[in-house]
Design a protein. Sequence first.
Length: 464
Amino acid sequence: MEENLNILLVDDEIINLENIRHYLTRQGYSLQIAENGYVAMELLDTHHFDLVITDLKMEGVDGTQVMEYSKQKMPETEVIIMTGYATVQSAVDAMVRGAYYYLPKPIKLHELKTLVEKALEKHLLRREVSELKQQILTKKGVTQFVGHNNRILKLKDDIATFSQLDCNVLIIGETGTGKELVARTIHELSSRSDKRFMPINCAALSEELVLNELFGHEKDSFTGASQVHRGLFETADGGVILLDEIGEMPMTMQAKMLRVLQDKKLYRIGGTQEIPVDFRTLAATNRDLEVEIKQKRFRQDLFYRLNVAILHIPPLRERKEDIHLLIHHFLGKYPTADNQVKTISLEALEVLQQYDYPGNVRELENIIERALAICSGPTIERSHLPQGLHRNKSQIKSSEQISKEHVTLKSLHENERDYIIRILKSVDGNKTQAAKLMGIDRVSLWRKLNKYKKEGLDIDQLFT
């Protein structure tokens, strides 16, 4: 048990008070004693206690009042109630009011010792989680969790809790919601923070490259293997690995991944020696893995192995009350050429509030960064925003109007093509900027445009 933990012992029966004080002091605990409730409350005003043990029936101020005063002063402090008048109802009342345990007299000292240990463990855990929540708000790299939306507040709490458990965590969210930021935060707040954080994009590597990059290879295991290559799993030993876009991993690789997660051992390509590894696994995806399992594209056993704890990141369109906070955060984040502190006009803010952000927070950040780059005055105006965002209120149809019209449903392929065209128009055909806004690399965008060209639609002609 951690040192310097303080216990307040309250009892108006002096013999019982001294017996317990003597016993717990011999066990190594630091105690202060109070012979009645009044003295206890005075001590609670001037000292910090990690645990309060109090008799229930006392003259003047009873144990219930001591407990309530303690909870008011130090909400995380646990309280054990003792009484020689034990009844089921009084025990229930004490637990409802916040007591950790209700212990009848005469006190069995070995039982009290066990209760004290467990109560202090619970107190320390609560204190640790509370400190981690504060770190969420102050530690470098995690201040980007801007917002007061209830789901974002819960996300912060869950991150603080899961970071200490050293278990696998599955992070689910659309593109641009901040899945890697969540993973990095878990790493920073964990006991492995002094070790490496290794993000691996499962969608960017072929099956052969994934196998070699993750597992490594032995010398002469294939043509060109002139020396031993340690894979990322070995390199990240002791640290944290993020399997980004895990839903894109080929099925054959999923089986190999499952074996490593279960056994914490691996073989290099061409190797016969089993190599132990120790790393924490975080996985991120924008796919519904349960749907992928039903369609035989993802292993159910791997899903269960990864899904020890799960974090859902809400899309920006579902927390629009946070948009103005994020805007002002980004305005302060990026320096401008003239070193001016920029503001945003109400008209521009209204445009940004109405937009649905398919690229989520990343898209909003890119919009603000672009606006700051082209804004020469102190205020970002509507004209500094991408043209695709400018929608007149009169053009926005209600759901009732839409339901009365004949709507032709488009395929996923058509919706993606229309979205890409809209983004390209908003940046005047700049492919690099468009790819950045959509959260994809320029090569992926080029492939999509080339595919549309083969289908008879040359998007480049729209900007000539």
